[in-house]
Design a protein around this ligand. Sequence first.
Ligand code: NAG
Ligand code: NAG
Length: 391
Amino acid sequence: MVLKNIFYFIIMWNILAFLLFMCVSVNGDSKELFEGDLCDAGAGQQAFCLHIQECMGAVAAAKNGTPYTICTYRGKDPIVCCLDALLKFTPIAVERSDYQDQDGCIVSTKRTGLQIGQKALEKCLKYQQNTCPCKTGASGISFEDIIAHGENAELNEFSNMALLGYGDNITTAQWSCGGSVISERYILTAGHCISGREIGDVKFIALGILARTDLKKDVVYSVERIIRHPEYKPPVKYHDIALLKTDRDISFSLAIKPACLEVDNIQREGHEATAIGWGTLGDGDDTANTLQKTKLYQFPHQECSDRYRPTRLLRNGINQTIQMCYGHKTRPTDTCQGDSGGPLLISNKFRCLHSIVGVTSFGSACGHTGIPGVYIRLVPYLPWIESVVWP
Ligand SMILES: *[C@@H]1O[C@H](CO)[C@@H](O)[C@H](O)[C@H]1NC(C)=O
Ligand SMILES: *[C@@H]1O[C@H](CO)[C@@H](O)[C@H](O)[C@H]1NC(C)=O
């Protein structure tokens, strides 16, 4: 039975791929486009290149014999210019969700205004129900004791945290960026974490570990696909965000759980969040063995802009629609080299899952009192993330 279904699927797949091949509409631009690139879907519509399996519109078009633009091929599979996943940036909105609580569990939400991230929110409620069911009274993890200057995280405290490895061989890999589990197959990280000049592409994802010395093969997933944000143009620092697809489903446990994507756009000076990472403990120091956590506070936009003036790689300075500064005004605490790609979290919304508000992007120096780091604001990227992760 199973075999028959697989066989049927392969045949259907080949027919679809063939139909699609027959109706390739030639994109006037001769430059080859890759997965994740922005593409022109015709009639001035911008879209981006996705594997056909992740683009419902292209599958439907192939069935109807309607032309669809191809960006490139991965093996025999077409990478199509997918119109399902339009790039939308949300205007700055206020925090607006109203959560209904029941026995300490969020059961539903009433939302007003632009409903960005509705899918992400529904998934979050589902993951919450699956990982710590409300009815059984199973105890979640207490998030209360997160202390200001970087200190060791507890076992299973940040079960969404991923450590990213580079190099061809797992035994010799370098582990240099962070990321977050956000679904059964996807890791959220920074755009600049997808590859390095000397270390090559990101290849491995270690999950469920507290210390670097816990690295064992059984908790390591391979990167099946890298999807950088189509507007991320390194070394320019804007849109520094990417998704990694794992080679197989991640099995959730006490040590490995997804994080929710925060759907409210928090624009509040002094807003408190927690940054985590295995990065260096200060400029020029060694990287941390045990995962570090630190409480940080949102800086006013003006102070953030004053600290990070326009440069060649940051042409318009800090863009507060998509970037934000968090730091600490009285303690030398910050994210440092090697913390990139890790999440900025809030922990008091859902019962046993953290929510991601930002992604660690860059900073001018680390661990200096009063100097904030720059984080990617998550909300404007929710439509893009949803279209890739939960198509
Ligand atoms: C990885 O590197 C180790 C040590 O250099 C070597 O023994 C092993 O065979 C390598 N494995 C692969 C798959 O290349
Ligand atoms: C900020 O970024 C958004 C999204 O890319 C863009 O639409 C807007 O023009 C940018 N603002 C500035 C001042 O660059």
